[in-house]
Design a protein. Structure first.
Length: 195
């Protein structure tokens, strides 16, 4: 059994523009850096063994919050393939049939040339299994991405990503999950990190 606490990176320019940024290495916007000035990791989570997605926006978030995080490729954002950098509005105008078909697949939505939330969950689960079996600490922090957090939340809650999720996630907060024998469970959602 191990506990994992997931924190999404702060705002980027592509977030402000509502672009699917996936693996494009977009840095934090000035608005994102400003957000982090008003956030602090709770004392109980400061002693976790922390990891970060290798993408700059996650690394910058960790640095701004004084988190010493090791880079971990398993925590990289979902690959949006050919949809990378596009907005949903653009996709609805240019590829309405493909977008509708993929959205109806929920956990198996897979952009052309990309990966699905189910793939993301499998990737993070394999890493969680490995790291929890190698480390006696059993409490880990992860600075990552919305797609990663949603995939783990779906696995923990049984949500198929069709319709509204059973809980409302605050992506400015920390989400806690317990990992036992290859399965995810919700531990604590929406842990406040505002100062």
């Amino acid at each position: 059994m191990a506990d994992f606490y997931f924190l999404r990176h702060a705002t980027t320019e592509w977030n402000l523009q509502k672009r699917l940024q996936g693996r494009t290495n977009i840095p934090l916007a000035e608005a994102g850096i400003e957000q982090l000035r008003n956030r602090k990791i709770p004392a109980a989570l400061q002693t976790l063994r922390w990891f970060s997605s290798p993408l700059e926006r996650a690394r910058q978030t960790a640095e701004q919050l004084s988190i010493n995080a090791a880079s971990e490729m398993a925590l990289i954002e979902m690959n949006w393939g050919d949809w990378e950098g596009r907005t949903l509005t653009e996709l609805r105008a240019t590829q309405p049939e493909i977008l509708a078909r993929e959205e109806a697949r929920g956990l198996d939505l897979s952009p052309p040339g990309g990966e699905s939330p189910r793939d993301v969950s499998a990737r993070v689960t394999a890493w969680a299994d490995l790291i929890s079996s190698q480390d006696s600490d059993q409490r880990f922090g992860c600075v990552c991405h919305k797609g990663v957090i949603r995939a783990i939340y779906a696995a923990a809650s049984g949500w198929d990503m069709l319709g509204k999720p059973p809980h409302t996630l605050d992506f400015n907060a920390v989400q806690g999950f317990r990992f036992t024998d290859g399965e995810w469970q919700i531990l604590t959602l929406n842990i406040d990190i505002s100062r």
